[in-house]
Ligand binder design. Structure first.
Ligand code: PEP
Ligand code: MG
Length: 549
């Protein structure tokens, strides 16, 4: 919508948090965006230099990945990097990019066009192996585009800003300098997409699904209203003053309410009928632990371990993982820490994993499917978790389970890791607990059988909702379906909880629904044992449980 007379532009989407922000907007387009626009004049030497720097950066990252993979996983796994290296050093490929630049193209366009041409040549060949290399060309192209956009991102202004983006991937999000961001707006996405989850964890206002916002608004002042799901760009002075007054009043009320909630912080969360619910935190890394403790987290119910992988350009080593997990365990001082094993794929793409493009990535090669297939990567993580377990109370939890068979395979790999550590005299918690996420209708339906295999369950309502309702959590066009149909998901959770409790088991909720205060009563009635939420929601959920029947 556009108000011509005042010059204000208003965009509506779905609000993620109830807070507000005022600031200049910064438009960040994804590296592969077709609608890319350039805010500077074309200069051949400059564009060639940008390309060469980006290619150097990618080549260095690839060499590093190759070296680590060779020493930690194996020679055959490292071969993929040799192919990537060869392509990057291919003079024909570089010359093609340079000649596109000389015709007036920007580096990004030149890379796109040249890569496409090479890809088409390979796809037209009879040799199946060479045809398969077209995926490597696409992968290299994406990495160069990513490196080109990172170069631009370093030019970011020092002032905090409202980030507006067509599609912010989880790997872009984890690399952002969080202290500079006042709020998020994405053209697409839904409240359970990972960008929204990260915005909640950061406690900043965010809106998803606004539709296209033009680059012309870059740098303009804007009012972001998370509760209304609205961003007003170029507001009138009157509107800005009114908005800032509202913000001030809301901050006062929020502070008052927080004081009340803090008074409940050290009391157990018990419903009026006496049902106790543990209040745990969802975190991405160790930096969130102190916030979790100061907001009364009784444990960590979900450590999204893939964030550490997303923030790197190559596979983290076993030691790096071990140190990260150990630090969380130590800081939690004996409180329980549930580490969810690597959950990549779908929207969480990591270039050095070289995942193929898929038609339906959410239904494809992701999470435990990748880990069971690429066992050495899984074992590196499991050994790191086991080693860290002697520094606190750690549990292992695996995502995206659909069958008893997968669970047994995971358990047998964990046992293999334990044996390796034992034979090397490495300490770990021999009684470490093992649990699974209920994120698929299959796991929910099989929960009675699965109960005898695991120590605990945690429901990932974000994925369980998308798979139950057949509605992609990334797609803003079906976001409303998820918002409006909680009942089928709640019924599935109730059936699971009944089956699990009958078998003497324990069930928590760690998806975004756990923080939805309008559902707390339902979870209490179902009898869930734990609610695990982002740090800014810990106090609110604890308060709400004590009001439940
Ligand atoms: C979920 O699916 O609910 C969940 C907690 O996992 P993620 O959001 O990381 O997919
Ligand atoms: Mg999930």
């Amino acid at each position: 919508m556009y108000f011509k007379d005042t010059g204000e532009a208003v965009f509506k989407g779905i609000g993620i948090t109830n807070t507000k922000a005022v600031g200049k907007i910064k438009i960040l387009k994804s590296a592969s965006s077709e609608k890319r626009e350039y805010s500077y004049a074309h200069n051949i030497d400059n564009e060639i230099m940008r390309t060469e720097i980006a290619i150097d950066k990618v080549a260095n990252a690839i060499n590093e990945s190759s070296r680590r993979t060779m020493s930690e996983i194996g020679k055959s796994e490292a071969e993929i990097f040799e192919i990537h290296s060869m392509l990057l050093n291919d003079d024909d490929f570089l010359d093609a990019i340079k000649s596109e630049i000389r015709t007036g193209k920007y580096a990004e366009e030149a890379v796109e066009i040249s890569a496409k041409r090479f890809e088409n040549i390979l796809l037209s060949l009879d040799d199946e192996y060479l045809r398969g290399r077209s995926a490597d060309i696409r992968d290299i192209k994406n990495q160069i585009l990513q490196a080109l956009s990172e170069k631009e991102a370093t030019k970011q202004d020092s002032e905090p800003y409202i980030l507006v983006s067509d599609d912010l991937t989880p790997s872009q999000t984890v690399r952002l300098e969080k202290s500079k961001i006042l709020g998020f707006v994405t053209f697409g996405g839904t409240p359970s997409s990972h960008t929204a989850i990260l915005a909640r964890a950061m406690g900043i206002p965010a809106i998803v699904g606004t539709g296209y916002i033009s680059d012309d608004y870059d740098g303009m002042l804007a009012l972001l209203d998370g509760a209304k799901g609205e961003i007003i760009i170029n507001p009138s002075r009157k509107r800005k003053e009114q908005f800032e007054n509202e913000m001030e009043n809301e901050d006062k009320i929020a502070l008052e309410h927080e004081r009340y909630l803090r008074s409940l912080m050290n009391k157990p969360a018990v419903t009026r009928s006496g049902h106790k619910i543990m209040i745990y935190a969802n975190i991405g890394d160790e930096s969130e632990v102190s916030g979790a403790i100061s907001n009364g987290a009784e444990g960590i119910g979900l450590l999204r371990s893939e964030f550490l992988y997303l923030s790197k350009n190559t596979y983290p080593t076993e030691n790096e993982l071990f140190e990260a997990y150990r630090d969380v365990a130590i800081k939690m001082q004996g409180r329980r820490v549930v580490i969810r094993t690597l959950d990549i794929g779908a929207d969480k793409k990591i270039p050095y994993f070289n995942l193929e493009n898929e038609e339906n990535p959410a239904l494809g090669y992701r999470a435990i499917r990748i880990c069971l297939d690429r066992k050495e990567i899984f074992k590196t993580q499991l050994r790191a978790i086991l080693r860290a377990s002697s520094y606190g109370t750690i549990s292992i939890m695996v995502p995206m389970i659909v069958s008893v068979d997968e669970v047994r395979k995971c358990k047998s790999i964990i046992e293999e890791c334990k044996r390796e550590l034992l034979s090397n005299g490495v300490e770990f918690d021999k009684k470490i607990e093992f649990g699974i996420m209920i994120e698929t209708p299959a796991a929910a339906i099989m929960s009675d059988k699965l109960s005898s295999e695991v120590d605990f369950f945690s429901v990932g309502t974000n994925d369980l909702t998308q798979y139950t309702l057949a509605a992609d959590r990334q797609n803003s066009m079906v976001g409303k379906i998820c918002e409006e149909n909680t009942e089928p998901v709640l019924r599935l959770i109730k059936a699971c909880a009944d089956a699990i409790h009958q078998n003497g088991g324990w069930i928590g909720i760690c998806g975004e629904m756990a923080a939805d205060l309008s559902l707390t009563q339902s979870f209490a009635s179902i009898g869930v044992d734990e609610l695990s939420v982002s740090v800014p929601y810990l106090l609110g959920v604890r308060g709400k449980v004590s009001e439940c029947k």
